[in-house]
Ligand binder design. Structure first.
Ligand code: C2E
Ligand code: MG
Ligand code: MG
Ligand code: MG
Length: 275
């Protein structure tokens, strides 16, 4: 009896696996088509400067809706794209469109996410140079957000790319700081301009007493290394007050604005249209 029950379970398990696998393959197929047809929307989220209290920059975030109209979580489609080895193409589309849209936005800094895979490809520096040239965005206004996982493998290649682009004036920020592995070594050896404290630390502010000590130490570490420190996921005034007191340089989060379309951003900030 136990045996037959076991076998039945196996059957149910198999078909659930099958459905999940099929759904996943379907998503990957649709994602490939979306990359081929350049079907992504980009939304922009403000980054606010502590000193001026004004919006100093925006982070470009990719959005994707399936052909049937259902939106897909960015963390999901980015993961699928990474696993399928097609995230570089996706990142390049986002970079190109964001640079084109942001080129006319006065002094606003444009932050774009770059995947581990892409940063390791030898021609990435050339891609960025080309996109900057064709969009007219000054290199000083581009900030590339790299995740720590990007740095785990092939550090030499990553360091080369960072060096090449830094010479042009492009700046690099370590994203989601505190969630990766060998952060301290990377902060020391790479030519970075800033770090972003992961929003999980910010979420704990005001909830966990020791979180203030932790954030203050992270900020002090960043400053000691000459980095500008941005907090992501700032949602409440209390979090903002604590981050301010701790000396954080820049803030990003729903308290200042959700990510919005280029159109909406222009309206809010009274920015001109891209040329
Ligand atoms: P990220 O780079 O850390 O981006 C910040 C994420 O936090 C965004 O999620 C943003 O919508 C969300 N967020 C901003 N403020 C708040 C807040 O106050 N509270 C909360 N709870 N969340 C907030 P999103 O857009 O879902 O993106 C998730 C991740 O997907 C990004 O994390 C980034 O790593 C990745 N991603 C998005 N677009 C791209 C892209 O074009 N290329 C690559 N490689 N990765 C991308
Ligand atoms: Mg980011
Ligand atoms: Mg982040
Ligand atoms: Mg994050």
């Amino acid at each position: 009896r136990a045996k037959s029950l076991g076998r039945n379970r196996m059957v149910i398990f198999d078909s659930a696996m099958d459905a999940a696998l099929q759904e996943r393959q379907q998503l990957e197929l649709e994602l490939r088509n979306a990359i081929r047809d350049d079907c992504f929307n980009i939304v922009y989220q403000p980054q606010v400067c502590r000193v001026t209290g004004r919006i100093a920059g925006v982070e470009a975030l990719a959005r994707w809706t399936r052909p049937d109209g259902r939106p897909v979580e960015p963390s999901l489609f980015i993961t699928i794209a990474e696993e399928a080895g097609i995230v570089s193409e996706l990142d390049a589309l986002v970079l190109r469109q964001a640079c084109r849209e942001a080129s006319g936005w006065h002094e606003l800094v444009l932050a774009v996410n770059v995947s581990p895979q892409e940063l390791r490809t030898p021609h990435y520096a050339k891609l960025v140079r080309d996109v900057l040239a064709e969009s007219g965005l000054p290199p000083q206004r581009l900030r590339l957000e790299i995740t720590e996982t990007a740095l785990l493998e092939d550090k030499t290649m990553v360091a080369y790319t960072v060096r090449e682009l830094s010479r042009l004036g492009v700046r690099f920020t370590l994203d989601d700081f505190g969630t990766g592995y060998s952060s301290l070594d990377h902060l020391r050896t790479l030519q970075l301009e800033g770090m972003k404290i992961d929003r999980s630390f910010v979420a704990d502010l005001g909830r966990e007493p020791e979180s203030i000590t932790l954030i203050t130490s992270i900020i002090a570490l960043g400053h000691a290394l000459g980095l500008s420190v941005t907090a992501e996921g700032v949602e409440t005034k209390q979090q903002l007050a604590l981050l301010r007191a701790a000396g954080c340089d820049e803030f990003q989060g729903y308290l200042f604005g959700h990510p919005v379309s280029a159109e909406e951003l222009r309206r809010r900030l009274r920015l001109p249209r891209a040329a």
